[in-house]
Design a binder for this molecule. Structure first.
Ligand code: FAD
Length: 299
């Protein structure tokens, strides 16, 4: 057996080889991933990254895979998916580990009568991904409630960063380079449980009404200033454009959906046509909200 796998198992870290990339992203595309590490504590995460660095194996940290697309040719390194799942509530302060699914966190906060995370109830990502992308919806975002992030730095130190240091903006957050979010501390606002539940119910309903149910990676393009990208895309008349298994959704034209067997290339072929058409018609260069992960081989 591969020495890396043996060493990881000796350290008690969950690891798999040759995993289907499709199973790791919400768009369900991508080739095989050489190694998938799923550490389940901060200690295991530190040990995983130390081991990968020591062996010279390139790696990327991922969360729920709901904002990323993996390469069709496969990922010839290690993906590290944090399986840290703790949630703690003390008064109006919630601490959540990086691997906690956002809908679960929103539900726990709501049950405790804490407001500020309603937006997260329909976002299929994790706490770590939400910090990195400053996830938000319906006028609320992660940075509104974030007090502190506990980060494993590139140097292997666990450090607390006050939210102000993270320069969180629209779909962005600036960590120390190579840093991995282990845990977030969020400060919420006490509110009536029924009122919170009702807001979440309406948000979920709004998503069901406006967003496609097929596999997707969420919004493809970022807003242009205050204008949603869909405003431009709608005017191109490309709704329904299909290349291979990828289709520009008829329900929400800033979503590309997987109609079955779509590759990452299919996704970007559709996206590129949309970009070209929007640029030709309006002189607007759309920026991706989704992130394309490249295999270390092709870097
Ligand atoms: C149907 C659908 C609806 C969506 N709706 C919304 C929405 O309303 N609002 C919104 O903001 N987004 C939305 N998204 C996009 C996506 O869910 C969010 O961006 C989410 O926060 C990504 O989290 P993730 O755990 O899936 O991260 P991934 O997609 O796995 O990763 C995203 C980035 O975060 C990094 N990352 C992940 N975990 C860590 C960590 N622990 N430490 C450091 N870096 C890390 C990855 O390296 C990558 O760069 C939607 C997606 C889908 C499929």
């Amino acid at each position: 057996m591969d020495g890396l796998i043996l060493e990881a198992r000796r350290l008690g870290i969950a690891v798999q080889c040759d995993v289907e990339g499709k199973l790791l992203t919400s768009f369900c595309s991508g080739g095989r991933v050489k190694y998938l590490f799923c550490p389940s504590s901060a200690r295991e995460t530190t040990a995983t990254l130390q081991l990968l660095k020591l062996r010279g194996v390139p790696y990327r940290v991922i969360g729920g895979g709901s904002n990323i697309l993996l390469p069709d040719e496969g990922y010839a390194g290690a993906l590290v998916k944090l399986n840290l799942r703790g949630i703690g509530v003390c008064g109006n302060v919630v601490t959540a580990d990086a691997g906690v699914p956002l809908p679960l966190l929103a539900k726990v906060a709501a049950e405790k009568g804490l407001s500020g995370l309603e937006f997260a109830c329909g976002i299929p990502g994790t706490v770590g991904g939400a910090a990195k992308t400053n996830a938000g919806a319906f006028g609320q975002m992660t940075s509104d409630v974030l007090t502190e992030a506990i980060v494993l730095t590139k140097q292997g130190e666990v450090q607390a960063f006050p939210a102000g240091c993270l320069k969180m903006g629209y779909h962005s957050c600036v960590f120390p380079e190579g840093g991995v979010v282990l845990c977030l501390k969020l400060t919420l606002t006490p509110d009536d449980k029924l009122a919170i539940a009702e807001r979440m119910r309406r948000m979920k309903l709004r998503r069901q009404e406006t967003q496609p149910a097929e596999p997707s990676a969420g919004s493809v393009f970022q807003r242009v200033g205050e204008t949603p990208a869909a405003v431009y895309v709608e005017k191109t008349g490309l709704k329904g454009l299909r290349i291979g298994g990828a289709q520009l959704s008829r329900k929400h034209c800033n979503f590309i959906v997987n109609k079955g067997g779509a590759t990452t290339e299919d996704f970007f072929a559709v996206a590129q046509q949309v970009k070209n058409r929007v640029f030709d018609a309006f002189g607007v260069s759309l920026a991706y909200e989704v992130e394309r992960i490249c295999s270390p081989k092709s870097n």
